[in-house]
Design a protein around this ligand. Structure first.
Ligand SMILES: C[S@@+](CC[C@H](N)C(=O)[O-])C[C@H]1O[C@@H](n2cnc3c(N)ncnc32)[C@H](O)[C@@H]1O
Length: 367
């Protein structure tokens, strides 16, 4: 017990004082205060649940007191801060959402540029991993139960499978990738969606990848190379896309920088660090970016964010109502109290077992 208290207090330190994302904070705490006799996979899940209960903990400064309070089971509820409850209560069933966050869903994408589905199925069976094949997207697999850490598998290290949420694949599906496409991706790093685009077009399309963050672009280059993408079809542009330099393509993707509130299940530190000001800042940046995106001469634009907040979704595309075309009929609409709601899509952890994404599609030929 003392070991766990030390470990979780140290995890909390790295989150509160250093602002590290969950995976990094966990690694540091594990390095500094590794508890004895605990399986690291279980400890990771335990830590995730602990951080999701952050706003249920007593408001005392001493971390070990808060940790002990949680361990004694006095409060294991997932609580959102008040401002967030207020912002979302009219749009999302918050009790179902919170309940669903308690179990983390992991999706993998079979990378058909490097392997095939049968080989991956066989390998997962050999590892005794429980999984189910997705009904909609033939290359997506939902991991139901695994005693091994997925990131430690050779399949993952060799980029034969990519750990990627199904909703992130839906963003690319909304663009209906075609062989001859020239895609402009205005905020592309670390390249997970771009690599799926190349997979679905069997390396035949051409992508112009931009991002403001140079080190993330370097990571993207590495990911694309390792995942078997034909690098002759890839063009990298380091730019601030709110002052975009690309003028012409077939399709445009704006998977915009956002609050990432849709992925708090995966990284509960997002919940801890989120506030209203951040949402407004992202919303303003998203307005600037979409304003640039619609000026590109192209057939269509997909605008998506991994966020539950309408300020980053419906509010952004309401202005372009006349251009909207609903991407999917078999997924929930956006929030229907907004004009754009019925013509856009949302995915939810408690409905789709995915991250919370907003996905919209604008027909630029109507401009
Ligand atoms: C949601 S992530 C993109 C994820 C990516 N599409 C993928 O699937 O791997 C948002 C990206 O936007 C980039 N970004 C933020 N502000 C930007 C700007 N003004 N111009 C271009 N990129 C920006 C961030 O560096 C980040 O890599």
């Amino acid at each position: 017990m003392e070991g766990i208290v030390k470990f979780l207090s140290s995890l909390l330190y790295y989150v509160e004082e250093r602002g590290y994302p969950f995976a990094v904070a966990f690694k540091r705490a594990y390095r500094d205060n590794k508890p004895r006799e605990v399986n690291s996979n279980l400890l990771y899940e335990y830590s995730r649940r602990f951080l999701l209960s952050y706003f249920s903990l007593p408001s005392v400064k001493k971390r070990s007191i808060r940790v002990k309070y949680w361990i004694e089971g006095k409060h294991d509820n997932i609580t959102f801060p008040e401002w967030m409850e207020e912002s979302l209560k009219n749009f999302v069933n918050l009790s179902l959402l919170k309940e669903s966050l308690k179990s983390k869903v992991v999706w993998i994408r079979v990378n058909l540029l490097k392997t095939d589905i049968d080989k991956v199925i066989k390998a997962l069976e050999n590892y005794k991993i429980e999984f189910s094949l997705d009904k909609d997207l033939y290359y997506m697999i939902k991991i139901e139960k695994s005693k091994v850490r997925l990131s430690a598998l050779d399949l993952v290290k060799e980029y034969k499978v990519i750990i990627q949420d199904k909703a992130s694949s839906l963003v690319i599906e909304a663009l209906k990738p075609e062989y001859k496409d020239k895609l402009i991706d205005l905020s592309s790093a670390p390249g997970v969606k771009a690599s799926l685009y190349m997979m679905l077009t069997e390396n035949k399309s051409e992508i112009f990848l931009t991002d403001i963050d140079f080190s993330r672009l370097l990571r993207e280059l590495r990911l694309l190379k390792k995942s078997g993408v034909d690098m002759d079809k890839i063009h990298i542009i380091h730019q601030d896309s709110s002052r975009n330099s690309l003028t012409k393509g077939d399709k445009v993707l704006l998977d915009a920088p956002c609050s990432s509130s849709g992925m708090i299940s995966n990284d509960p530190t997002i919940l801890i660090k989120l506030n209203r000001e951040k949402i407004i800042r992202f919303s303003n940046l998203q307005k600037r970016l979409i304003n640039e995106a619609i000026n590109i001469k192209a057939k269509e634009l997909v605008y998506a964010v991994c966020s539950f907040f309408p300020e980053e979704g419906e509010t952004i595309v309401d202005k372009y109502y006349d251009l909207l075309e609903r991407p999917f009929n078999n997924y929930s609409s956006g929030y229907t109290s907004f004009k754009s709601g019925i013509l856009t899509n949302r995915t939810f952890p408690h409905i789709d077992s995915t991250e919370g994404f907003f996905i919209s599609k604008l027909n630029l030929e109507k401009l």
